[in-house]
Design a protein around this ligand. Structure first.
Ligand code: PEP
Ligand code: MN
Length: 457
């Protein structure tokens, strides 16, 4: 995963910043822990544990993101809405890796660009919620906020925030990272052997033929290059994988914020690429205060209510030196609103000459509830938001440099539509998410194919 720090853009480190400085601001979407002493003990324990990622991996990703800003790479960021402690298993982790590798193969082949692969995993355990409490049958309890905070069962015990869960989340993140690193180091991602990434049911998929054609054409290209050069193509045997999560739970993130020998400044060493969610992106809020001081590349989710003026101020705070690779903006408007909301933002950022990586999240603006009570997303809306994004960026003279998706390698039925045309009635068959609906394996692959088709137009 590591290459040395190649990011030499001068930056002024904020002198008035400290990892705990966010505590002076309003921190929304935080649990209220009943025992503050236990919370402090957990923070001390976390701070003493080794980090999950290193600063040179972080700087190497920043360099890749800088190249994506210049159109030399495309970013694929994806994974669960929220990881569950019980899904920290070899099958779930390897299936998710397989689908991301397959999607990136489709993108590399179709876009003719290297793909930066970033998982929403190894730390994606905290969730923002629309209400602090939930009432059922006359009983009101705290909302479920992700496994790092409490448990989903509707009992007072399960829903009480427990700081010890942070230690479990850290351990599971480490196990996930360890397994992903070992799989990749062991050759799992070797382009000579895409059969390693086959998911059992791909053979029965309506998309299988198109996918297998791409695999064999890449295989031919690899063999052709090897024949020409007389040696094996080492640099495409291996791929890099980076991690990301919404850095929502600030006591956890603070405890993982460290200084590193021979590097200036502070790094969040729990993930390579943290992001600020839409609900916590207030300019004067605790999350923006925390993020402005860390040296990781960072992203912010941009929803339909953000104005051009607010966006430029956010950029000023998060990337005052216009550092390459530092800031990504993930727009998540919804298929029905993007044409109305995005162009003014693109124009403002372009007019001011700000350097950002634009990423499309076609999931979070397209969530709806069915009459039988499921939270779902319609594939047609996801497709439409991706397609409109490419068109709106082309019209504005800006570049869409990546996508951010909620997906799983499991055969779930959570989003409707797609190659198998899932309907509302199919949702109950395999609805497994405790939070947002994810693309299943086929719908994820279909999204990669539609990006390629759109780009070829
Ligand atoms: C998410 O990414 O799961 C999420 C809650 O997104 P947003 O902040 O864009 O609503
Ligand atoms: Mn989500």
């Amino acid at each position: 995963m590591a290459t040395p720090d190649r990011n030499l853009h001068p930056v002024n480190l904020p002198a008035d910043w400290a990892p705990q400085g966010w505590r002076e601001r309003v921190a929304v979407q935080q649990p209220s822990y009943p025992d503050q002493g236990a919370l402090a003990t957990v923070q001390r324990e976390l701070a003493a544990l080794p980090p999950l990622v290193t600063s040179w991996e972080i700087m190497s990703l920043k360099h890749c993101l800088a190249e994506a800003q210049e159109g030399k790479r495309f970013l694929l960021q994806g994974g669960d809405c929220a990881e569950n402690f019980s899904d920290c298993s070899s099958e779930v982790i390897s299936n998710r890796l397989k689908v991301l590798l397959q999607m990136s193969l489709v993108l590399v082949h179709g876009l003719r660009l290297p793909v930066v692969r970033v998982g929403r995993f190894a730390g994606q355990y905290a969730k923002p919620r629309s209400t602090d409490t939930e009432t059922r049958g006359g009983q009101t309890l705290p909302s479920y906020r992700g496994d790092i905070i409490n448990a989903p069962d509707f009992t007072a015990e399960a829903r009480t925030p427990d700081p010890r869960r942070m230690i479990k989340a850290h351990a599971r993140s480490a196990m996930t990272m360890n397994f992903v690193r070992s799989l990749i180091d062991g050759g799992f991602a070797d382009l000579h052997h895409p059969e390693y990434w086959s998911l059992g049911w791909v053979g029965h998929s309506p998309l299988a033929d198109e996918y297998h054609r791409m695999v064999s054409s890449i295989g031919d290209a690899v063999r052709f290059m090897e024949t020409l050069s007389g040696e094996s193509v080492h640099n495409i045997n291996r791929v890099d994988f980076y991690t990301s999560h919404e850095a929502l739970l600030l006591p956890y993130e603070e405890a993982q914020t460290r200084q590193v020998p021979r590097q200036w400044g502070w790094f969040n060493l729990s993930t390579h690429f943290p992001w600020i969610g839409m609900r916590t992106a207030a300019l004067d809020g605790a999350h923006v205060e925390y993020f402005r001081g860390i040296r990781n590349p960072v992203a912010v989710k941009i929803g339909p209510s953000v104005t051009p003026d607010q966006l430029l101020k956010l950029i000023d705070v998060l990337n005052p030196d216009d550092e390459p690779g530092r800031l990504s903006l993930i727009h998540r408007m919804g298929a029905a609103h993007i044409a109305d909301k995005l162009p003014a933002l693109l124009d403002a950022v372009k007019r001011d000459g700000r350097r950002v990586l634009w990423i499309c999240d076609p999931m979070h603006g397209n969530t709806e509830s069915t009459s039988n009570g499921y939270k779902t997303r319609r594939f047609a809306n996801i497709r439409s938001e991706v397609e409109q994004s490419f068109d709106l960026h082309a019209a504005a003279g800006t570049r869409l440099g990546g996508v951010h998706l909620e997906l799983t390698g499991e055969d779930v039925t959570e989003c409707t539509g797609g190659a198998r045309d899932l309907t509302d009635a199919d949702l109950e068959r395999a609805y497994r998410s405790t939070v947002d609906p994810r693309l299943n394996y086929e719908q994820a692959l279909e999204t990669a194919m539609l990006i390629v088709r759109k780009q070829a137009q």
